[in-house]
Write a protein that binds this ligand. Sequence first.
Ligand code: SF4
Length: 282
Amino acid sequence: MTTTMLINRIKCSSILAKTGIALADYTINPFRGCGHGCLYCYAGKSKQALKKNLPWGSYLDIKNGAAEILDRELSALPPGKSIKVLLGSLTEPFQMPEEAHKTTGEILSVLSRHRIETVILTRSPLILNYSHILREGQYTVYVTLNSENIRAFFEQGTPSLKDKAAILKELPDNVRKTAYVSPFFPLLTDLDEILPHIEGVNAPVLIEVYNFLMGDNSRLFEKIPVNLREGLADIFKDEANYSSYIEKLGRELKNKLAGRDFKLFAPEFKKHWSESGSFYTS
Ligand code: SF4
């Protein structure tokens, strides 16, 4: 987290947002912005972030009265209508200021009271402060993991791999969990470092390859070690190379994750690599 992060409370008129994401019917994002400012973050290129026109990672807007608004919105649903929500679809829902503001904690209490099936995306051990709510049985948590080099290259102030893996181990038993290796960077993400941390954890593994067309690649590219750029250029040069890399990765995962439930998700090939030898910045 940057030391100069601007924290604001902002007005919010609605909290549930309809979504086309397969995991849920609605999303909830208690914050705008994120103190971690990961260079690969898709949210850093969202309309909202571009409109804000401040460096990604330098601000956090907390939605005022989010829990009360959510309570009203859920109460207004037709009786008997069952919905599924995704908490933290855009940005991390358990950020440091949560310790003082408890915005996400209050949201969880409302979701529990209304018995809403909820999927949470997080990499923050702060979620464990709410284990008493999460053990109520309607929660699925995707814990985002990556190797330490990714943290060093592209993130600021995020928890270590060990601390993130510990979330999977310490969440209450009746929470459904997924070890979510994301974003997976070809040639950079070190699965051999990650997998021992989740050995013995009863959770499927989802590996999602980074979509270079969705991030802010100009800053990202500068951090990629020069000796790997050629290899990346080769993978993303054309559809044939990309497909053969993904197939090889699938085979490698089958070996490394033998006996475990896992899925590999890779975005469709689009032209990623520019003639000038870097990723398209779109
Ligand atoms: S922690 Fe998540 S939301 Fe925050 S900048 Fe990183 S990827 Fe984006």
